[in-house]
Design a protein around this ligand. Structure first.
Ligand code: AMP
Length: 458
């Protein structure tokens, strides 16, 4: 099947060819015909499957015919959990819609100044991409006219649910015409998502594409056991010195740790910078632009901030701290191995992380092989890791249980708090974590001097 077979508007097909796509991905093959025939859909598709084009191409196709209702408000509304994802969706809309005349795409995101957004909203708009918290503010102030809205897309609905945005999403949906077409994309279509779909969608077609598991096949997953913070830092240094590493994302548990580690790496001579939800939009955009242009080699990030980053040169993802949820592990390591390239995902774990590792392995269905670097061997042998696999025992399973000293990775306070939008309380709504009272890994460690001021990359 080709894009021509999908009967999309010729201007859209032309833009797809410019993008270099020759064949629709499975989600595109399944979703686009249903959407063009007017059905609601709920699709389980993750980042990397081509899901953005799966909804954006039919959305643009719809814009190729004049609106039936006279208004200046959006005809398509896309809700996303994070600002980064929203910006990527807006970029995709512009890329695929470049030959459609006068197609106006705007983003309304937490952390952006209100006056600018008010100005954007006072002009005619075709596609509005927004994070729910900030959009609700504008709706409540009567700044958005949804009279001519024809399509509502809920992107990463599971994430919006996890982040406590679902009440906002439902309120936004209720402000739009009931005649709209509604699309829900989610990593999983479980009970909670079904409930949301039952409220917001009309007899949706369910679409399931191969899980991210299959996508992980081109990513080599490695595990390094660490004794303490100093050992962890030496291992990180070793991994970063690998010449095969073009660009890397290093994940920390907290925003504060991301800053401290980025500063420390920068001071050691790495082109490194942090990305997290406490940075304002300008700083975040500047950092991402620098990463895209190759001006940064190491990005130190928290989970939500790094979601959706799609850069082919990211050869390595390093879990300096393991993520709290197995699902986040998949999202993290999916930042490498993009566009068919091979990627390497390195995770640091202490002996106390065995149960956690087991959950991750069960979720991905893949074993993470334990690696030892000569000269950087862990002093204390890790516990056996009974991951419930039927295959050959791993290096870790053969090892004996032993106590583990000074672990930092086992703490309970992994952070994803307040990533939705700095300065916008609504974008954090419903998230109850706080990192203020947690023990920072750096405060336990001895290699980082977080009181020291390092020069920041500009
Ligand atoms: P997404 O799942 O929307 O994050 O898309 C993942 C990546 O796949 C993006 O870099 C897209 O530009 C790319 N992509 C989307 N559709 C296609 C296609 N049909 N062929 C090749 N690449 C695609």
């Amino acid at each position: 099947m080709s894009f021509e077979d999908l009967k999309l508007h010729p201007s859209i097909v032309k833009a797809i060819h410019d993008a270099g796509y020759t064949t629709p991905t499975p989600i595109q093959k399944q979703a686009i015909p249903e959407l063009l025939s007017g059905h609601d859909i709920m699709a389980s598709a993750q980042t990397g499957t081509g899901k953005t084009a799966a909804f954006m191409l039919p959305a643009l196709h719809l814009l190729a015919t004049p609106a039936k209702v006279q208004s200046r408000g959006p005809r398509v509304l896309v809700l996303t959990p994070t600002r980064e994802l929203a910006l990527q969706v807006s970029e995709a809309a512009k890329k695929y819609g470049k030959y459609l005349p006068r197609t106006k795409v705007i983003s309304i995101l937490g952390g952006m100044p209100y006056p600018l957004q008010n100005k954007l909203l006072s002009q005619p708009v075709d596609i509005l991409v927004a994070t729910p918290g900030r959009l609700i503010d504008h709706i409540q102030r009567g700044r958005i006219d949804f009279k001519r809205l024809e399509m509502l897309v809920l992107d990463e609905a599971d994430r919006m649910l996890d982040m406590g945005f679902i009440d906002d999403v439902e309120s936004i949906a209720s402000a739009t015409p009931s005649t709209r077409q509604t699309l829900l994309f989610s990593a999983t279509l479980d009970g909670a998502i079904d409930k949301v779909a039952a409220k917001l969608l009309k007899t949706p077609k369910r679409i399931q594409v191969a899980t991210q598991k299959a996508r992980l096949d081109n990513i080599e997953q490695r595990l390094h056991y660490v004794d303490d913070m100093s050992h962890k830092n030496r291992l990180l240094n070793h991994v970063l010195r690998d010449e095969a590493l073009k660009q890397a994302i290093v994940f920390t548990a907290t925003k504060r740790d991301a800053d401290t580690l980025a500063d420390s790496l920068y001071a050691q001579g790495y082109a490194a910078a942090a990305l997290h939800g406490d940075m304002n939009q300008r700083e975040r955009t500047r950092t991402l632009t620098k990463l895209r242009s190759g001006g940064l080699r190491v990005l130190v990030a928290t989970d939500v901030a790094a979601r959706g980053i799609d850069i082919a040169d990211i050869t390595h993802v390093i879990n300096f701290d393991l993520p709290k949820f197995a699902e986040d592990y998949v999202h993290r390591i999916g930042r490498t191995g993009r566009a068919g390239a091979a990627g390497i995902a390195v995770s640091f774990a202490s002996n106390r992380d065995s149960a956690h590792l087991m959950k991750i392995e069960r979720y991905t269905g893949q074993r993470i092989a334990s690696h030892i670097i000569p000269g950087l061997e862990p002093r204390i042998k890790p516990r056996p890791q009974n991951s419930g696999f039927k295959g050959a025992p791993s290096v870790t399973q053969k090892r004996k249980r032993a106590p583990f000293a000074n672990s930092n990775s086992s703490r309970q306070d992994f952070n994803t708090a307040n990533e939705g939008g700095a300065g916008n309380k609504n974008d954090h709504r419903g998230r109850s974590f706080s990192h203020d009272n947690r023990t920072s890994s750096f405060r336990n460690g001895n290699s980082f001097n977080s009181g020291h001021q390092f020069a920041r990359p500009k």
